[in-house]
Design a protein around this ligand. Structure first.
Ligand SMILES: [Zn+2]
Length: 199
């Protein structure tokens, strides 16, 4: 899996529009857009922004459908510690952390690398952590139709750390459970497995 592969193609007119706006922002905050170090900054910032929001152009359900296999395995499948990098929709500042995803197959399994990919598809949009959790949960539930799905995300928010309340060490945890994970014993087994360091 290569989560940081660069975008193959940037739409030139969109990139130029975003670039011009970044140039204006840099000017408005009192910087000199013509100074050496900043000459290519609007273009770099535009490409970075388009990369970080490329999830709008991607279809998570299609990615899953492309790698579903018939299989009788019906124990819990857990992918833990998936790196998450997203942008909060309130400040457009990063929030980042880890996602833990589990499902109990119901006749189909999905290629393991697809789970981190769909996390990226939803993370690379303007998000709130609650909706990101829910998007991943519902996509897996509706596409794979498993016996159960669980998603837990633990993340730090730059908008809290760098500004506002300046709480550097607070981590926000969100979770969602469907199907068999709504049963307390299944949910507890999952929570125990993701909090252990055995791997
Ligand atoms: Zn924020």
């Amino acid at each position: 899996m290569a989560p940081y592969q660069s975008m193959e193609e940037y739409n030139i007119s969109v990139t130029n529009e975003v670039k011009d706006r970044f140039s204006k922002i840099i000017d408005e905050i009192g910087e000199d857009v013509k100074r050496d170090g900043l000459l290519k900054t609007p273009e770099r910032a535009a490409k970075a922004m388009l990369f970080l929001t490329q999830g709008y152009k991607q279809d998570a359900a299609e990615i899953l459908k492309g790698a579903m296999f018939k299989e009788d395995y019906d124990d819990m499948v857990i992918i833990k510690d998936i790196e998450v990098y997203s942008l909060c929709e309130h400040h457009m500042l990063p929030f980042f952390g880890k996602a833990h995803v589990a499902y109990i197959p119901n006749g189909h399994i999905v290629g393991l690398s697809k789970i981190p990919r769909i996390v990226d598809v939803f993370a690379r949009r303007l998000q709130v952590q609650e909706r990101l959790t829910h998007d991943i949960l519902e996509c897996l539930n509706n596409t794979l139709k498993p016996k159960g799905v669980a998603v837990v995300i633990e993340a730090s928010h730059m908008c809290m750390m760098m500004r506002g309340v300046q709480k550097q060490n607070s981590v926000t945890t969100t979770s969602g459970f469907r199907g068999q994970f709504e049963k307390i014993e299944t949910r507890n087994e999952f929570l125990k497995l993701i909090s252990s360091d055995l791997s």
